[in-house]
Design a protein. Structure first.
Length: 336
């Protein structure tokens, strides 16, 4: 005869441990933001990005810049406060080419602010934008949710529009000259608890757009628009993120400093934050107590702590479970 038995008395231990670095070049979207959480402390993320010309050998001879706008397409995810917090985002020029892609790597940039965004972030709201049409009437288009940051016109005029056609003859040549752009939260001029937005660079919706005037062959003046794309899939185009966590004075810091203590609540956090290591120390004695058995179902049931549901600090929407091998390397569980 077969006998079914429910076993729910196995000892479970848990421990809060630090997540390893992310390889940010493998991300489908890149985080930018700053937030202060009473449990997890301060989280900050900035983004470095390479821009490349939409076409080779652009001719900016006698061109006069009207506007330069950095367009950052928002992804579908946002964690934090969208209702009241205002986010101040500063843009700088990269000082060196992007060569490192770990989330802890510092992104080198110049100190001059080229542009600033200071407003709430609306990750689900489309925007209307006037698009320049060459030799035609400008048109209003509805665009995906995005952050639009005007950049210093004098800087763009002197750096990009002053280039000869050889400067944009290839993506590699332009990147070697211009390096790229860097965006980070200005913490002193941001307000509220904050949050983290995710920028989607997977398509063609993130770019640096230049609108300029240039004499044509009939003694007139054309208004032109050119886009410098941002996408990891483009040749010589790279995106990376630098993520920082400061747990000073938090329960998370206490647990990280006392790894041998079993606490009643342990923590997990995205963006290369912390995770919970779960152990079953008595499971090795299972067969000696219950004999040989076929396991029909095994479930790990974990309660959310009281107050976890309170916005803007909602529980993580996605969780992943894996095991460690003998060298403590991550390995998928069979049912992953």
């Amino acid at each position: 005869a077969l006998q079914g038995t429910l076993v729910n008395d196995q000892l479970v231990t848990s421990q809060t441990v630090k997540e390893p670095d992310l390889t940010t070049s493998q991300l489908s979207s890149h985080p930018i933001g700053y937030m202060v959480d009473p449990i997890f402390g301060k989280t900050e993320s900035s983004v470095g990005m390479v821009v490349v010309p939409s076409e080779a050998s652009l001719d900016f001879t006698s061109a006069t810049l009207d506007s330069a706008v950095l367009v950052l397409n928002l992804g579908t995810q946002f964690y934090g406060d969208t209702a009241t917090s205002k986010y101040s985002i500063d843009v700088y020029q990269l000082s060196t080419a992007i060569t490192k892609y770990k989330s802890s790597d510092v992104i080198a940039h110049n100190s001059t602010v080229l542009g600033n965004f200071n407003n709430r972030i609306f990750p689900n709201t489309k925007v209307k934008v006037t698009e320049v049409v060459t030799a035609g009437k400008d048109t209003i288009r509805t665009m995906t949710p995005q952050i639009r940051i005007p950049l210093n016109k004098t800087f763009i005029q002197n750096t990009i529009l002053s280039l000869p056609t050889t400067g944009t003859s290839s993506n590699a040549k332009f990147v070697d000259y211009f390096k790229g752009l860097y965006a980070e939260i200005n913490k002193s001029s941001s307000t509220g608890t904050g949050g983290v937005a995710f920028l989607d660079f997977s398509g063609d919706n993130s770019y640096l757009q230049l609108v300029y005037r240039k004499p044509n062959t009939t003694n007139g003046v054309d208004t032109l628009s050119k886009k410098f794309g941002i996408s990891p899939s483009k040749p010589s185009s790279f995106v990376t993120a630098n993520i920082k966590h400061d747990y000073t004075g938090t329960p998370v810091k206490t647990q990280l400093d006392n790894p041998t203590v079993q606490y009643g609540v342990t923590y997990l956090q995205g963006l290369a934050g912390v995770r919970t290591k779960i152990s079953f120390p008595s499971l090795k004695n299972f067969t000696s107590v219950y004999g040989k058995a076929v396991v029909n179902k095994a479930e790990l049931v974990v309660d959310l702590s009281a107050g976890t549901y309170a916005l803007p600090f909602a529980p993580s929407q996605r969780l992943s479970l894996y095991r460690w091998d003998i060298a403590e390397q991550e390995v998928n569980i069979p049912d992953h």
